[in-house]
Design a protein around this ligand. Structure first.
Ligand SMILES: Cc1cc2nc3c(=O)[nH]c(=O)nc-3n(C[C@H](O)[C@H](O)[C@H](O)COP(=O)(O)O)c2cc1C
Length: 322
């Protein structure tokens, strides 16, 4: 195949750009080398309080990789993904011969533009069992297990505890304020979480906890959790490849949800508190290391889109990341 046209590059870049990322930091870049595209991890993005060990940055790159692969397939090309062990290059995607896109892959590709973080209540959450299974099947892969937690009372206790700790953590709140403050007006930067995306009625269990987020007691929280659908993404190990696989799986499940008129939001915020991950494993009898928690249902209101960096900034100059 010859080199990619500007239009084809635009298709890839838009798909990558719309991937979910921790605090909408978009910690990735693309380096195009003929028919090979490197997905680079932007290591200058570091969320010291939310993501001290940069694992969410890697998960975000995993989500971007799913979108990149779907975009290549939507172009009607074969796609080979080679994961890279270390360094800034996360994966090299090799674009191959012409190959008809499967309907399933095309539906997921189309859902990329519709997927948004929905941190609001759901209209209702009675999702048909076949659809619930489809969401799990879309994400599960070797080494990634997606669990529907049976003990929502335990999950509520843990999320309530984490919400109270994070609400009172001034360092954490300062960092969060920086990532929510610059998304408005003329000098809007194109990254960070927009106020609109958080909504007027903050739900402590739905995502971001701010200083004014009301936190109900554990029993009320458990009741609310029971009115939603929950999935926990776990991996066998906890190295970069595991985290990448978890991020890629999360995005496949999320896009599958979006393709079926469902909406959801992801929560990793509490997982970074000391001891939280271990307690989640034991209280919910998880089969591996929890990487992300996902809630979903049928949306009652549309969720606002979050900004994105200009597409031009997505392309790394030959020789590395910015
Ligand atoms: C690895 C990862 C961790 C995230 N953690 C949280 C979280 O703890 N709470 C939350 O509300 N959203 C979380 N998000 C969602 C992002 O904030 C969201 O994807 C980003 O703001 C872009 O918005 P969009 O999803 O509407 O495109 C996370 C996303 C990723 C990929």
């Amino acid at each position: 195949m010859t080199v990619l046209t500007t239009e084809q590059l635009g298709v890839l870049a838009r798909a990558v750009s719309r991937a979910p990322s921790v605090h909408n930091s978009q910690p990735w870049q693309l380096l195009v080398r003929g028919t090979e595209v490197d997905l680079l991890e932007r290591r200058d993005v570091h969320l010291r309080r939310h993501d001290p060990s940069d694992r969410d940055r890697v998960l975000s790159c995993g989500a971007a990789l799913t979108n990149l692969e779907l975009a290549v397939r939507a172009l009607g090309r074969d796609c080979h993904v080679g994961l890279r062990g270390d360094g800034a290059v996360v994966a090299t995607v090799t674009i191959g011969r012409r190959r008809a896109t499967s309907t399933r892959a095309y539906l997921l590709y189309q859902a990329i533009g519709r997927r948004r973080s929905h941190r609001h209540r759901f209209f209702h959450s009675r999702v048909p069992t076949t659809v619930q299974h489809a969401l799990v099947a879309a994400g599960e892969t070797s080494g990634v297990h997606i669990v529907r937690p049976a003990r929502l009372d335990k999950l509520a206790q843990l999320l309530g505890f984490a919400a109270r700790v994070l609400r009172d953590d001034r360092g954490y709140q300062r960092e969060l304020a920086v990532w929510t403050a610059h998304t408005h007006g003329w000098d809007a930067a194109g990254d960070g979480i927009a106020d609109d995306a958080l909504g007027p009625e903050p739900l402590p269990f739905a995502g971001i906890v701010r200083p004014d987020t009301p936190i109900p007691d554990d029993a009320v929280l458990a009741d609310r959790l029971a009115g939603e659908n929950w999935l926990v993404f776990c991996t066998d190990g906890d190295n970069r490849a595991d985290q990448l696989a978890a991020g890629a799986a999360l995005e496949r499940t999320w896009l599958t949800a979006a393709s079926k008129a469902l909406a959801g939001s992801v929560i990793t915020q509490p997982l970074h508190l000391t001891g939280f991950r271990a307690r989640l494993v034991s209280e919910l009898a998880l089969p591996g290391v929890p990487q992300a928690i996902f809630r979903y249902g049928y949306p009652a209101v549309p969720a606002a889109p979050s900004p994105r960096l200009p597409l031009g900034e997505l392309f790394a100059p030959p020789g590395g990341t910015r």
